[in-house]
Design a protein around this ligand. Structure first.
Ligand SMILES: Cc1ncc(COP(=O)(O)O)c(C=O)c1O
Length: 354
C-alpha cells in the first residue's frame, strides 16, 4: 500500500482515524492543576467506576496504553511459560504482535482453525490430547477476539459455549476486545452480555479503535487473576505516571454513551460500504460484515489507483482480497465516492477489453 501523506480519511484502519473531539476536550479539561500520579487520581477512579458500571461491580480494572500490552498482560496473568494459549490462526496476538506474548511470557500459542475468524469448541478440543504429557506445552487458556480479525462477531451463546468447555477442562478464557464496542452494538446487547455474563475471565478492553488517543484496559472477572497485577503492569512498563489522561479518555467514552454512538456510526458506514460494493460486478465480499470491517476481492489492477486516494490494506495478495475499515469519523461521502471510483475503475478496465 502506498504510504503517501494525505489528509483525507482512509479505510486502512480505525487506528488511522484521529481522536474523537469529545475525548480530546475531556483530556484538555483534565489538564488543569496537579493531581496524584500513577493512578491515584480522581479521573482514574471515576473511569474504573464507569467501566465497572458497564461490566460488573466485581471487575478488576487496570488502565494501560496499548492493545498489545493489554493482551500480553492478560495472558501473562493466566499462563506460565510451560503452558499454552489456544487462539485462532488469525488472532492478532498470534499474527501481528511480533511474538510479544511468546517473548514476555515464554509460553506457546497454539492455533485453531478459524475460517471466519472464529474458533470453535472442536478446534480447542484438538489441542487437549497432550494434557499431562511433559513433552508438550500445556494448554491453560483460550483467547478469542471480539469482533474478530475478520470483522465477524461471536454471539453471547457462542462465547458461553467456548467458556463452558474451557472451564470444564481447567482452561481460562481471554477476550481480545480491541473492537468490543463494534461487536456489542452489532448484537445490540450490553457489554456485560459478551464478557462477564458469557464466562470471560480476562478481557483486553480496547478504547483506541473507538476514538481514544491511547487507552486500553486490562479487566479481570476472575479476581484471582488480578492478584499481583499491579506489579506485573509496572514490570511490563504499562503503568502510566500521568494516568489521569487515560482516565479522562474512558470517562469521555462513557459520557452520553459516546462508545455506542461512535461504534454504531462506524458499523453503519461498514454496512453502507458493503451494500455499495456488493452491487458492483467484479467485486466479491468474502466475509459477513457485522462490525466495522469489510473483506472484499477487488480486481488487482484497480487496487493501486484506489489506494492513492483511499489507503487500505490488501489482506491476501494472492486473491487480491482487501480489508477496508470504517471508523467513528467515516462520512457517507467517503463511502459513496470510494464505491463510485471502484465502479468506474472496473468499468474502464472492461472497456479496454472490448
Ligand atoms: C484485534 C486486535 N487486537 C489487538 C490489537 C493491538 O492494539 P495496539 O496496536 O494498540 O497494540 C489490534 C490492533 O490493530 C487488533 O486489531
Amino acid at each position: 500500500m502506498p504510504h503517501k501523506h494525505h489528509s483525507g480519511r482512509a479505510f486502512a484502519s480505525d487506528n488511522w482515524a484521529g481522536v474523537h473531539p469529545e475525548v480530546l476536550s475531556a483530556m484538555a479539561a483534565a489538564n488543569a492543576g496537579h493531581v496524584p500520579s500513577y493512578g491515584a487520581d480522581p479521573y482514574t477512579r471515576e473511569a474504573i467506576e464507569r467501566i465497572r458500571a458497564e461490566l460488573g461491580e466485581d471487575a478488576e480494572v487496570f488502565l494501560v496504553f496499548s492493545g498489545t500490552a493489554a493482551n500480553v498482560l492478560c495472558l501473562q496473568s493466566m499462563v506460565r511459560s510451560h503452558q499454552a494459549v489456544i487462539c485462532a490462526e488469525t488472532a492478532h496476538v498470534y499474527t501481528s504482535e511480533c511474538g510479544a506474548a511468546e517473548k514476555q511470557i515464554g509460553c506457546k500459542l497454539l492455533t485453531a482453525p478459524a475460517p471466519h475468524g472464529k474458533i470453535t469448541v472442536a478446534g480447542v478440543r484438538e489441542h487437549l490430547r497432550y494434557i499431562g504429557n511433559e513433552h508438550h506445552a500445556q494448554p491453560r487458556a483460550v483467547s478469542i477476539t471480539q469482533a474478530t480479525e475478520y470483522g465477524t462477531v461471536y454471539t453471547p451463546h457462542e462465547i458461553r459455549e467456548i467458556a463452558d468447555f474451557a472451564h470444564e477442562n481447567s482452561l481460562l478464557l481471554h477476550m481480545d476486545g480491541a473492537r468490543i464496542f463494534n461487536a456489542a452494538v452489532h448484537l445490540d446487547v450490553p457489554l456485560r452480555a459478551i464478557t462477564s455474563d458469557a464466562g470471560i475471565d480476562a478481557l483486553s478492553f480496547g478504547g483506541t479503535k473507538n476514538g481514544l488517543m491511547t487507552g486500553e484496559a486490562v479487566i479481570f472477572f476472575d479476581q484471582q487473576l488480578a492478584q499481583d497485577f499491579e506489579f506485573r503492569r509496572m514490570q511490563g512498563m504499562q503503568l502510566a505516571s500521568k494516568m489521569r489522561f487515560l482516565g479522562a479518555q474512558f470517562i469521555a467514552l462513557f459520557t452520553n454513551a459516546l462508545w455506542r454512538r461512535s461504534a454504531l456510526h462506524a458499523n453503519r458506514m461498514a454496512q453502507l460500504l458493503a451494500t455499495e460494493l456488493a452491487g458492483i460486478p467484479g467485486v466479491k465480499l468474502t466475509q459477513r460484515v457485522q462490525a466495522n470491517e469489510i473483506f472484499a476481492i477487488l480486481p488487482a489492477e484497480i487496487v493501486p489507483s484506489l489506494q492513492e486516494r483511499w489507503p487500505f490494506h490488501i489482506w491476501n495478495d494472492s486473491t487480491s482480497e482487501a480489508r477496508l475499515i470504517t471508523s467513528f469519523d467515516t462520512e457517507e461521502a467517503d463511502v459513496t465516492d470510494f464505491a463510485s471510483k471502484v465502479r468506474e475503475a472496473i468499468g474502464a478496465g472492461e472497456k479496454q477489453w472490448i
